[in-house]
Design a protein around this ligand. Structure first.
Ligand SMILES: Nc1ncnc2c1ncn2[C@@H]1O[C@H](COP(=O)(O)OP(=O)(O)OP(=O)(O)O)[C@@H](O)[C@H]1O
Ligand SMILES: [Mg+2]
Length: 250
C-alpha cells in the first residue's frame, strides 16, 4: 500500500510496482510514478437513439490501492461507466464513446480477453446473473480454467477465493442451494479467482439482507486492507463511509 500520495506520485514501501515498462522494484520510501488503475479524459458515452451523451465529459483518475465510490442520481450513468471500464461498452453493449478511458494505461478494448479478465472484474447487483456452474468450486474455477493455468495454480486460486469469502466449506454445494448472500459472495469469489487488479461493484450489496450485507462488507474491507483497488456504486451512506477513500460524482 502507498504510504502517501503526491499527485501522481506515491511514497511506497519496498514493493514491486507495475509501471508502463513492466515491473519495477521500488526502494524503501522512494518516490515512484504510479500508473492509474482507471483514468478518464473528456470521456462521454451515447447510446443509440440518444441525442445527447449520458453524462457530460468526465475527467477523473483512480489510483492503484484506492477504494472509490461512484455517485450520481438514478440514470446518471454509473452502471454504464462501469461497463465501459470493464470493456463491455463498446462491444457487448452498443454505444458510441468519445474522449479517452484507460485501464492501467490502455483502453480496455486493446486488451486481449484473457488479459482483460485478469485486469478488471465486475460484480453486479443480481448474483443469479453471474452464476451458472454446478458447484461453488466449479463456479470459482470457471474463470481461471479459461486462462489454462497449471492445475496447482488453479486449485490455489479456487481455494483462496472461496476462503476469502468464507465459502470453502460449501465448495461442493450447488449455487442454487446457497442463500442470496452466499450467492453474492460466490459471485465475488468467481471474480476474485481471476485476481483482477481493479474490482468494480455495481450495487453488489443492494439485494442482500442486513446480515449478508455485513458479511460481504467484511470481505470487501479485508480486500481493501490488502490493497485491492475498487470502484463501486452503493447507495448506502454508512457502507460508503466505511469503504470509500473518496467519491467521484457523475
Ligand atoms: N443498453 C442501453 N441502451 C440505451 N440506453 C441505455 C442502456 N443502458 C442504460 N441506458 C440509459 O442510459 C442512462 C444511464 O443509465 P445507467 O443505468 O448507466 O444509470 P445509473 O446511474 O446506473 O442508474 P441507476 O442508479 O438507476 O442504476 C439512462 O438514461 C438509461 O436509461
Ligand atoms: Mg446502475
Amino acid at each position: 500500500m502507498p504510504l502517501g500520495w503526491f499527485g501522481g506520485l506515491a511514497l511506497r514501501e519496498k514493493n514491486p510496482v507495475r509501471m508502463k515498462g513492466g515491473w519495477h522494484e521500488c526502494h524503501p520510501y522512494r518516490l515512484c510514478f504510479m500508473e492509474h488503475a482507471l483514468e478518464a479524459k473528456r470521456f462521454t458515452l451515447t447510446y443509440p437513439g440518444m441525442e445527447t451523451p449520458v453524462f457530460a465529459p468526465l475527467d477523473f483518475a483512480v489510483a492503484e490501492g484506492e477504494a472509490v465510490a461512484l455517485r450520481g442520481d438514478s440514470g446518471a450513468g454509473k452502471s454504464s461507466l462501469l461497463l465501459c471500464a470493464c470493456g463491455l461498452i463498446p462491444g457487448s453493449v452498443e454505444a458510441a464513446i468519445a474522449g479517452e478511458i484507460r485501464l492501467f494505461g490502455r483502453p480496455p478494448g486493446e486488451y486481449t480477453r484473457a488479459a482483460l479478465t485478469q485486469t478488471v472484474g465486475l460484480v453486479f447487483q443480481n448474483p443469479e446473473a453471474q452464476l451458472f456452474c454446478g458447484t461453488a468450486a466449479l463456479e470459482a474455477a470457471f474463470g481461471p480454467e479459461n486462462l489454462c493455468l497449471p492445475p496447482d495454480e488453479m486449485r490455489a486460486r479456487v481455494r483462496g477465493a472461496l476462503e476469502t469469502v468464507g465459502l470453502w466449506a460449501r465448495r461442493g454445494d450447488a449455487p442454487s442451494v446457497l442463500s442470496g448472500g452466499q450467492k453474492q459472495l460466490l459471485a465475488l469469489a468467481a471474480v476474485l479467482a481471476l485476481r483482477p487488479r481493479l474490482l468494480l461493484l455495481d450495487e453488489a450489496l443492494s439485494q442482500l439482507d442486513d446480515q449478508s450485507a455485513a458479511r460481504m462488507m467484511g470481505v470487501l474491507a479485508q480486500l481493501k486492507r490488502g490493497g485491492q483497488t475498487m470502484l463501486f456504486v452503493d447507495h448506502d451512506d454508512a457502507r460508503r463511509k466505511l469503504l470509500a477513500d473518496r467519491e467521484i460524482w457523475l
